[in-house]
Design a protein around this ligand. Structure first.
Ligand code: ZN
Length: 174
């Protein structure tokens, strides 16, 4: 197990478009597993590589683990390289938080169900039809790969209040 520090705003890795992964190297596989360990420990339901300061197109999600009873806990991380949202249906608005934006929650309207395509860690094509929490987590993490965070969805008032709060939290950004 290896953990990596989760970066918080205003770290620049959170604000840039992550690069496509051209080749699945040992470094990418190690990054993926470190991201999963880091996500489970946080705990969180998803993590994008930007959030550990590596701007490449890789995400991990597991929306079940955090909610399972201790005796039923089973890790089932989904890793997606170069994920794309290919279809989206319906809309659903809910409050969301983010490990990179401590103490912030923002109401965000997202697709209710989505179809995401990408590549798994073995290099095989991966297609996921997702609804509910999984659809939301996937859209949230894919946003990170575009340099978009939940703060981008907040009203300008909420943004300025949050920026002031961050200053008070002080020096937590890496
Ligand atoms: Zn996030």
């Amino acid at each position: 197990m290896a953990f990596r520090p989760i970066v918080v705003v205003p770290h620049k890795a959170l604000a840039i478009r992550a690069k496509e992964i051209q080749e699945i190297t040992d470094a990418i596989r190690t990054l993926a597993h470190d991201m999963a360990d880091t996500m489970y420990r946080a705990p969180g339901v998803g993590l994008a590589a930007n959030q550990v300061g590596v701007p490449v197109r890789l995400i991990v999600v597991d929306v079940d683990y955090a909610y399972q009873e201790p005796k039923d806990k089973r890790k089932n991380p989904i890793f997606i390289i170069n994920p794309r949202i290919c279809a989206s249906d319906g809309t659903c608005t809910r409050e969301e938080g983010c490990l990179s934006l401590p103490e912030l929650s923002v109401e965000i309207a997202r697709g209710e169900s989505v179809r995401v395509e990408g590549i798994d860690l073995k290099g095989n094509p991966l297609v996921i039809e997702a609804g509910d929490m999984l659809a939301r987590a996937l859209q949230h993490e894919i946003d990170h790969l575009e340099g978009v965070t939940i703060l981008d969805y907040a009203s300008s008032l909420k943004k300025s209040l949050y920026k002031r709060k961050l200053k008070k939290l002080g020096g937590r950004s890496a």
